[in-house]
Design a protein around this ligand. Structure first.
Ligand SMILES: [Zn+2]
Length: 328
């Protein structure tokens, strides 16, 4: 069965879900990657996993009601380390209490069973950064590439790798967790994982803010965005901190691409929108570290913005749907 035939009457739709720490977003995504209207709801993370799955199911119900059809496949990009083979959370940060061990796939299958299209539906769960990478590789900044490194720099630093057209998962579901790479410049700085010296401790948005204040910056600066604005406005300390953060990410990327040799590096996340100072620091550090053969490696901004994980999770669901059809 071809992808487009899945939209025959009664076959239902594919829905992509981005399940983040503060917000859940969902939309239909058709076979060519076109997104329907995005529905969102706050994540009731502190109410526990059952409440979070209830919220996802309720949002998906709304998407299906608007589409006027049943569910053919559901793709979820979820925060945390995910065992995507089982659709279960392996570990998560403290922003998601009780999340480890949650059977996302099973919980959603049960809650959404009454809304299945006539042949039933599949559920695919991926880590949200992996979903982001799948989206950018399918329809975004890396469209058409077979090997991609995606780095997302925001409240944390995440990364995901597509190698030969497939997401790299690793033996412990951890492949791509670049935030915990030891990098020069992060010595002595505490990482959210509890250790010191990791990329996230110097490169993430909150780290930029914390470091600016720790080095004697204006205590009135409320967040990393403000530190970046000050850097652009001529605050030398702010500029130094922002540049150091960009360089740390660039050095980490240099290490990763040397091992994996991707066609393109996509950089997204809130900090990646910080502008030229951060980008030039990242690129400068990267280009000065890599061997000559990688000198022209394209480094591009993410193109799908907040919708990448929805599109990517849906793509994984589409892939699963079509491959299971072929097996039948
Ligand atoms: Zn760490």
């Amino acid at each position: 069965m071809s992808e487009t035939n899945l939209y025959a009457a009664g076959a239902g739709v594919v829905v992509g879900v981005d399940l983040g720490g503060t917000k859940i977003a969902a939309a239909t995504v058709d076979a060519d990657g076109t997104l329907g209207r995005v529905h969102t709801t706050p994540t009731p993370a502190t109410d526990g996993p059952a409440a979070v799955l209830d919220a996802v199911a309720s949002l998906v119900r709304g998407v299906l009601a608007a589409a006027g059809t049943g569910l053919r496949a559901l793709g979820v990009g979820a925060a945390g380390v995910i065992d995507s083979g089982r659709g279960v959370v392996v570990s998560a940060t403290e922003t998601f209490p009780g999340w480890p061990g949650t059977d996302i796939a099973g919980g959603l299958r049960e809650r959404l069973a009454p809304l299945a299209a006539e042949d039933g539906f599949v559920v695919v769960v991926e880590n949200d950064v992996d979903a982001h990478a799948a989206g950018e590789t399918w329809r975004g900044a890396a469209a058409g590439a077979r090997s991609v490194l995606l780095v997302a720099v925001g409240t944390g630093v995440g990364a995901a790798v597509v190698l030969d057209g497939r997401l790299l998962r690793g033996a412990h579901h951890l492949a791509g967790e670049a935030g915990h790479l030891p990098v020069p410049g992060a010595e002595g700085l505490r990482c959210p994982c509890g250790r010191t010296g990791h990329l996230e401790a110097v490169g993430a948005g909150p780290s930029i803010h914390r470091r600016y204040l720790a080095l004697g910056g204006d205590p009135a600066a409320p967040d990393a965005r403000d530190v970046v604005a000050r850097a652009v406005g001529g605050d030398d300390l702010a500029a130094r901190v922002v540049r150091a953060a960009g360089e740390a990410v660039g050095r980490a990327i240099a290490g990763i691409v040397t091992v994996l040799d991707p066609e393109v590096v996509v950089v997204g996340g809130g900090v990646a929108e910080a502008g030229g100072l951060w980008w030039s620091a990242l690129e400068g550090a990267l280009r000065s570290e890599v061997v000559d053969v990688l000198a022209d490696l394209p480094v591009v901004p993410a193109a799908l913005a907040g919708e990448a994980a929805i599109v990517g999770a849906a793509h994984c669901a589409w892939t699963m749907t079509t491959s299971s059809d072929e097996e039948q």
